[in-house]
Ligand binder design. Structure first.
Ligand SMILES: Nc1ncnc2c1ncn2[C@@H]1O[C@H](COP(=O)(O)OP(=O)(O)OP(=O)(O)O)[C@@H](O)[C@H]1O
Ligand SMILES: [Mg+2]
Length: 317
């Protein structure tokens, strides 16, 4: 049984200037101890999907859909209540680690707070667990580092701190929204190795959002490709890399340097993702798709099981 599944998630942001249809019927699931990647170009609804799960959408958002966690199913609007009641142990980390930390408090006190107030531990026990937590995310000399302020640490170390803070709540699902985008490639590789080790050691599941397709296919067990607020294709990393079926997935991979013959020009996907200003009635990728048919412009392709993966396309490769 899946650890968590999302069924038909829809999120809109009404405003005076018009409504943005940010997420249009996303369905996804994640297994225990799995790393699920989410890729897709800017504005495709990756962050909004994850923010919905954490109850971080803000008061203007209108969201619907169901989330099933450990066999229990609730409306997306009830997810925060479920989390507060301990029924949905999820935590999130972000691209900008420093922004998620309080600049005028030591990193140790911020982690200890989760142990004290989140888990009801004594100050002494919270202190011990904080040092152990920093050691577990690979911070050397953790007894000294607990006294550091965020500005005294590097970007990679601060990201390790936010991972330690997220893990202090003992989540079963860790949502990472571009956690390595702001880091250089060597630190990026270290953070991914750390996440993989934590998955192996604790069995936590990870949703990993990134723009970096190479990184995602190397690091994640399965990958969901999103376009215009919908899931285009889901498959194992190998499946998507070697035999992508959706024209958008294929175009994405063709756009990566190194996936093309040397010295040829990079393939560009013509056009750009449109902000969805109306309820979609057709495939969102149709205006840019080389394989478009009349049906694609008339109907939304349903996300169907396809081999070991899932695919939403009327005319796949
Ligand atoms: N609070 C909000 N109010 C209005 N529109 C929003 C809000 N948050 C997101 N959107 C819109 O929803 C759509 C999806 O945004 P989202 O942030 O999920 O994209 P993303 O896939 O995470 O992109 P990126 O790769 O740039 O992070 C975009 O059109 C965005 O402008
Ligand atoms: Mg985002």
């Amino acid at each position: 049984m899946s650890l968590m599944s999302i069924d038909n998630l829809r999120v809109r942001f009404p405003s005076a200037a018009g409504t943005v249809f940010a997420v249009n019927g996303v369905s996804l699931s994640i297994e225990p101890g799995e790393i699920l990647g989410i890729v897709g170009e800017s504005g495709s609804g990756k962050s909004v999907t994850c923010q919905s799960l954490m109850g971080l959408l803000g008061p203007r958002a209108r969201a619907s859909g169901r989330v099933t966690y450990d066999g229990r199913s609730v409306e997306i609007g009830e997810i925060v209540a479920l989390r507060r009641a301990g029924g949905f142990p999820a935590a999130m980390i972000f691209q900008d680690a420093v922004a998620g930390l309080n600049p005028i408090r030591t990193v140790g006190s911020q982690i200890a707070e989760v142990f004290r107030y989140g888990r009801g531990l004594s100050p002494a026990e919270a202190g011990r667990r904080t040092v152990a937590g920093l050691a577990a995310v690979g911070i050397r000399d953790p007894e000294q580092r607990v006294k550091a302020y965020p500005h005294q640490l590097s970007g990679g170390m601060n990201q390790r701190v936010t991972i330690a803070m997220a893990l202090a709540a003992e989540p079963r699902l860790l949502i990472a929204d571009e956690p390595t985008t702001a880091l250089d490639v060597t630190v990026q590789a270290q953070i991914c190795a750390l996440l993989r080790r934590l998955v192996d050691e604790t069995g936590v599941s990870v949703i990993f959002i990134s723009h970096d397709l190479d990184l995602v296919t190397e690091f994640c067990d399965r990958v969901a490709v999103m376009y215009a607020g919908a899931v285009a294709e889901v498959g194992t990393s190998r499946q998507l890399k070697e035999a992508p079926r959706h024209p958008y997935t294929r175009a994405l991979f063709a756009a990566i340097p190194g996936h093309r013959p040397a010295f040829s020009t990079l393939e560009e996907i013509p056009g750009e993702i449109a902000i969805q200003g109306a309820e979609p009635t057709a495939c969102g990728f149709a205006p840019r798709c080389a394989r478009v048919t009349d049906l694609c412009r008339r109907e939304i392709p349903p996300l169907m099981a396809e081999g070991a993966g899932r695919l939403a396309c009327f005319n796949p490769h």
